[in-house]
Design a protein around this ligand. Structure first.
Ligand SMILES: Nc1nc2c(ncn2[C@@H]2O[C@H](COP(=O)(O)OP(=O)(O)OP(=O)(O)O)[C@@H](O)[C@H]2O)c(=O)[nH]1
Ligand SMILES: [Mg+2]
Length: 461
């Protein structure tokens, strides 16, 4: 019976209803000891995948009216007998039911234990189990799509194909080793190289997709940069629709970096407001400006905010700064405070920035004018393919690391073929590549890896 785990699976606090979940062989019988159906029948006599109304009893007294769903192994999330109790949301009721179940022999589940059991019972591989956590945490359409595709097994299928390819490859090489005395070649080296190159290409594609996957999951970093007083913090507040950053007409208002996530049309961006750039003797401000440079460096997109009422007065210095600091970055020039200048002045200003072959948007952050244009420019700059069901995008750091190692191994294989190294070295490298791919799906795993992954889940999942 101590194989039965239980936990509250709904979020902490009071809701309309709460869900308590049990899993493990005997959990249906365990719930029978505290549950009464109006017709007196037992849950263990009921069909799988059915829902039952009744009361939970604490000794002789009624604790709550509940609905109970029962699932039987192997047709449940965990692959084991599972019961879900939907009770009223009071924390007193939730805790009392949990205590009752523990009194009857269940134990409190550890973080992620339900999903861990699903993995151990072969209901899903490790990358799918991790996708469950990503799905729960997804905050944008793109993150949701990626997690869903991964949970449905798109990535797993892809890895399976790669492993099958590698297995074919290694069997050919190892077959040769068995006949090494006779000096036969079952596959010519050209064919082997083709196979290895195809595998390498796909692993490289998957590895590359991480940059986008990671950005989509965590939000695409966008630095708000520019001179002091240009209106960067005002723009952050306008995009956020709240007074997040301090705004003032004093130059050098922002000293530290402020980061906020904003979802635009289902894509999550991480806006980073920075200290305005100017020559200063103030030590703290200097430190802030150094941080600005670092943040520009780390950002995918830089919104360079320009005070349209001031820019023309020191155009040389300004354009120099922009060119220097945003080299190799996706840059959007944002002409702000255009509520204060005429259309003619704006035209001249645009010309002054002609050396930049990048998008220019004119707005008023304060008056909230043309903000939609800026948002559209951001979406264009992000260059995100719309992720379709079935698309494989790597978004998990652990997977990325294993893929990178697999890539190194397969590249060594290709080099080995070129240098005509012996079959046993070749097969070693191929097997290494397979092992790295196997780490992702959990074919190769240790308790430590599993502990690490599932401890990040919430209790009840
Ligand atoms: N007229 C007008 N004023 C604006 C606009 N945007 C910002 N301002 C004003 O410009 C001043 C500076 O704005 P901030 O947002 O603090 O500028 P910042 O770029 O964050 O400045 P630092 O933090 O000092 O680098 C404030 O007085 C704002 O009200 C705008 O679109 N039009
Ligand atoms: Mg500011």
């Amino acid at each position: 019976m101590n194989n039965i785990v239980c936990a509250i699976s709904s979020p902490p606090g009071v809701g309309g209803i709460a869900v308590i979940r049990l899993s493990g062989s005997g959990s249906i019988e365990l719930v029978d000891t505290v549950f009464c159906k109006p017709n007196g029948k037992k849950l263990k006599q009921q069909a799988a995948n059915s829902i039952h109304f009744g009361t939970i009893k604490q000794g002789e007294s009624v604790l709550d009216d509940v609905l109970i769903s029962i699932f039987r192994a192997p047709h449940s999330f965990t692959g084991e007998d599972t019961v879900e109790i939907s009770c009223h949301g009071s924390t007193y009721i939730q805790q009392s039911i949990l205590r009752l179940l523990i009194d009857k022999g269940a134990r409190l589940a550890e973080a992620g234990e339900f999903t861990r059991r699903a993995f151990l019972n072969g209901k899903m591989d490790l990358s799918q189990a991790e996708a469950v956590a990503d799905l729960i945490a997804s905050e944008s359409r793109a993150a949701h799509r990626m997690a869903l595709n991964q949970m449905r097994g798109g990535f797993s299928d892809e890895l399976k194909k790669l492993r099958t390819g590698l297995l074919d490859f290694v069997s050919l090489v190892e077959l040769e080793l068995d006949f090494s005395e006779e000096d036969v070649e079952f596959a010519d080296r050209g064919q082997l190289k083709d196979l290895a190159s195809r595998i390498e290409k796909r692993i490289a594609e998957l590895t590359r997709s991480f940059q986008m996957g990671n950005a989509l999951k965590k939000g695409i970093p966008v630095a708000l940069a520019g001179e002091t007083n240009a209106g960067k913090s005002t723009l952050l507040n306008t995009l956020l629709n709240e007074d997040r950053a301090i705004v003032s007409e004093i130059h050098g208002t922002t000293r530290d970096v402020i980061e906020e996530r904003i979802s635009i049309e289902g894509v999550s961006f991480r806006f980073i407001d920075t200290a305005g750039i100017r020559d200063t003797e103030d030590t703290i401000e200097k430190l802030g400006i150094e941080r600005t440079y670092r943040k520009i460096e780390q950002a995918d997109i830089v919104l360079w905010v320009i005070d349209s009422t001031q820019a023309s007065e020191h155009i040389e210095w300004l354009t120099q700064q922009i060119a220097e600091k945003t080299e190799d970055k996706k840059l959007i020039l944002v002409f702000n405070k255009t509520d204060k200048i005429s259309g003619e002045e704006l035209k001249i200003l645009y010309q002054l920035f002609d050396r930049f072959n990048v998008e220019r948007i004119h707005i008023s952050a304060k008056k909230k004018l043309h903000i939609a244009d800026l948002e559209k420019a951001l979406l264009r700059a992000a260059q995100l393919p719309d992720i379709q069901p079935g698309d494989v995008v790597v978004s998990n750091e652990r997977h990325y690391e294993s893929l990178s190692k697999a890539l190194v191994s397969i590249q060594r294989v290709i080099k080995g073929i070129d240098e005509n190294i012996s079959g046993d070295f070749l097969s070693q490298d191929i097997r290494e590549c397979m092992n790295h791919l196997g780490e992702i799906t959990g074919q190769i795993s240790t308790d430590e890896i599993l502990g690490n992954i599932f401890s990040k889940f919430c209790i009840g999942k």
